[in-house]
Every structure is written in C-alpha cells, then in structure tokens.
Design a protein. Structure first.
Length: 449
C-alpha cells in the first residue's frame, strides 16, 4: 500500500479540498499519513495570498524531499495556478496542477507512479477557462470529528487592487444546492455538530445571473446564501451552522438582518474590512465605506451584544498615511473585534496595487503592525470582558489533563475543568457560563440544566 501525505496552506476552502483529495486517494488504496511522516507521495495544496505563503510552500517541498528522496511530489492550489513556472522549475517537483485540475490530481499521480522513468507533468487551465463548478462528490469525513467544512462556492469577481485570488480561483461559480444539502445531511448523520459554509467569496453564492435556483413557496424573495442557510437550518439533528466569512463588498446591513433569524446559525462572522480609512478602502477597490461597514456591525450587535466579529486588516497599503492608519486603529476600538488578523501589505506582481505610487517602507509596516497588534489584543480582551457571566453554547472538542475545551457559538475558545474525562461531553453542544479571560479565550463552568 502506497503512503500519501498532504500539506495544506491557506484558507478553509483549501482545507476542504484537501479532505476531498484524501477521500479520492483512500478510494484508490492509498494510506494517508501525517504531513511530516515518510511517504511515497507528497501533495502540497498551496496558497498565494502573500509572498510568505509562496515561500512556505517551497520550504515544505524541499524539506519533505529530504525526508523521502524517492517520493513523488505533486503541487496544486493557488500558487500553482498563478505561478506554475516557478514550481515546475524546482527539481524536487514532479507534478504541478492548477485549481481547475485539482480533482484530477489522483489520475496524474497514478500515471506518474506507473512510469519507470518519471516525466514531469504540468497542467494548469488558464484563468478564463475556470468557469464551471467541479463537484467532487459528497465528503463525509474530516480530520476533526466535530466541525466539518462544506464548500458552496468558487471564484471571485471583486478584483481588489492588492489581491491575486480572482486570478488563482477564476470566475464566480456556485455549487448546486442539492449537492450541498446532501453533503450537509450526510455530515450530520455522521455525527458532526458544526457545519461551516465556506467558499472563496461565500456572499456571492448563487448570484450568477444564470444560476438555476428552483425556489420553494416559502423562499420567494430570498436570494443567494440565505436560501442555503434556510434549507440546512431545516434539517433534523443537534448541530449548528457557521459562516466562514462574508464580504462587505457584497452584503449590506439589510441583508445580514435577513439571515440572522435562523436559529442554528452561529452569532459569529468573519467580516473582512482591510482598512478603517475610506481613502484606503477606495484605493483597494473595495466597494463600501467605513460607515457602511459599521452599519453591518450595528445590525449584528443589535441582534446579539456578544456577536463575535473577526476581521482582516492590511497595514502599509500604498499611500497609507498616519491618519489612515489611525482610522484603522480607531475602527478596531469602535467595533470591538474578538480577533484581528493583521497582514503587512505584500506586493503581488500582476495586481494594480503593485504599481501604485506611495509604497510604504518595510520598517514602517513592521512598526504599524506591532502597534495594531497591541490595540487588537486590547480590543479582544475588552470583548471577552463583556461576556463575563453570559451563558453560551460550547462545542467541546478536546480533553487534556482534566480540562475540556471547545468553541462557543460566537467563536470564543472556552476551557472548563472536568472531573470525569469519560463524561461523554466530547463532540457535544453544552451550556457553559463564561467566567474570566484565560489563555487564548475564557474559563467557564458547565451549567447543569
């Protein structure tokens, strides 16, 4: 039995697609081993959001080739899609496929393993051909036994001025609602307690002009992802739904109010803002204002004061002045994010921002990143403080040395002391009273109902 190892970089979509590839390889008789283990085949599912992501992919390729010099190395994903020539030029790499050919990677691997003398394979469809959603069937297993990702959408047409993802993922295309519902039901039947709806830009789900939605009687007037949430929400079972992210470039205050009514939907959203300055938001080609973003936040928090909101912010975008950076700091304080993912602007060849005047020095980016990190930690702690005494539902995922931990519905890591490690609380949704800030989350006590 040949052994295959997977290494995944980047977003939840990549994580989902890696799970799909694992199922394909298992079906062909491969044994899936850990990413640092000896293997006959290594699959690297790459990201290209930053230069650092590219470098991490190359480093892993070289490291694992040293572990297993005779191994077959196959590289796929976003880095492969936009810069296949860089990866093909690496002597350690045998196969390079883009995102459009990811589902066929198993075929290329089997072909290469049969060859006495390996011939390198590169197969990357051009951007304009990435127009069809390629469904790889129903996925019923995940590395985690509690939380499962469901990919519902592919591609993006927003073309933010700093971003390579539209070029890496292609045109917007949505997965059939029937396939999504079948997968959701199968995962619930398997015992997963949290379904995470994910995509390259989930807010664009079903927005294509020719997307064949067949609305039910009680869905007239609905659009897009709301229909999927409504249908999954109606499934029987003890589980919850989480949206991985939504883009304020697509949704507005009125739209988020519409989707808040579904009782299984978690009160947590990753709502990427990227900057608190209207000048910089416009330069990024993101179609909203600071004020509109705050309107969405107000709608979420009016529904639930403890609504968890996480975000991404770029520091050092071209033309960012001190006042623009201060706008971002002020926004963090005003919103009270539970977590801010901070990125130093990374120049990506082929994007409009790479050619902009007013590039910010690396040293200033580093200083601003450090200052923003302090403010974001203060914001997170203030948010956690506001939750003290609240009762939240926690999905327990791990027990270690008498402490059971998991995430609340508003995405706070919660730790509870437990006397009986065989209590049956793992993979259960349990009411917990939040007590105080602890490590990367909060301490809690289980509420006996």
């Amino acid at each position: 039995m040949s052994k295959v190892a997977f290494h995944t970089l980047g977003c939840k979509v990549n994580q989902y697609e890696t799970e799909a590839m694992k199922e394909q390889f298992r079906a062909k008789g491969f044994e899936v081993v850990g990413e640092e283990d000896f293997a006959d085949v290594y699959i690297i599912n790459t990201c290209t959001v930053t230069n650092l992501a590219d470098r991490k992919s190359r480093q892993y390729i070289r490291r694992m080739k040293r572990v297993s010099p005779e191994a077959l190395v196959a590289v796929t994903g976003c880095y492969s899609q936009v810069k296949p020539e860089e990866l093909s030029a690496m002597e350690e790499v045998n196969i390079v496929t883009g995102n459009g050919e990811k589902g066929k990677l198993i075929e290329y691997v089997l072909k290469a393993l049969e060859q006495k003398e390996r011939e390198d394979i590169t197969c990357v469809l051009p951007y304009d051909e990435l127009r069809t959603y390629n469904d790889r069937g129903i996925i019923t297993s995940m590395d985690t036994r509690t939380r499962a990702y469901i990919k519902i959408q592919e591609g993006c047409d927003r073309f933010c001025s700093y971003c390579m993802i539209p070029f890496a993922r292609g045109h917007v295309r949505s997965r059939s609602p029937e396939e999504i519902l079948l997968e959701a039901k199968a995962l619930v039947d398997k015992g997963f307690k949290e379904l995470v709806l994910t995509g390259i830009n989930t807010a664009l789900y079903g927005m294509e002009a020719d997307f064949p939605f067949q609305l039910m009687e009680d869905e007239v007037g609905m659009r897009g992802i709301e229909i999927i949430i409504k249908r999954i929400n109606s499934l029987e079972g003890d589980f919850r739904i989480r949206l991985s992210s939504m883009e304020p470039t697509v949704v507005d205050e009125a739209y988020v109010k519409r989707v808040l009514k579904y009782e299984k939907l978690c009160p947590h959203l990753h709502l990427s803002v990227q900057s608190g300055s209207n000048k910089i938001i416009k330069a990024m080609n993101r179609h909203y204002t600071r004020e509109e973003y705050l309107g969405i936040v107000k709608a979420l928090r009016s529904f639930d004061e403890g609504y968890g909101i996480t975000t991404d912010i770029i520091v050092g975008f071209p033309t960012e002045e001190d006042e623009d950076f201060q706008d971002s700091l002020d926004l963090i304080k005003e919103v009270g994010f539970s977590k801010v993912h901070i990125f130093k602007y990374s120049k990506r060849t082929g994007t409009k921002a790479a050619k902009m005047k007013g590039q910010v020095s690396d040293s200033l980016k580093a200083d601003r990143s450090k200052e923003m990190s302090k403010v974001s930690i203060e914001s997170a702690n203030a948010f956690l403080d506001s939750l003290k005494g609240q009762i939240r539902t926690v999905l327990f995922e791990e027990i270690k040395e008498g402490v059971i931990s998991g995430y609340s519905e508003n995405y706070i890591k919660v730790y509870c002391s437990i006397e009986d490690e065989n209590s049956g609380l793992l993979n259960s949704l349990v009411k917990v009273r939040l007590l105080e800030i602890y490590e990367d989350g909060m301490k809690g006590e289980i509420v006996n109902e």
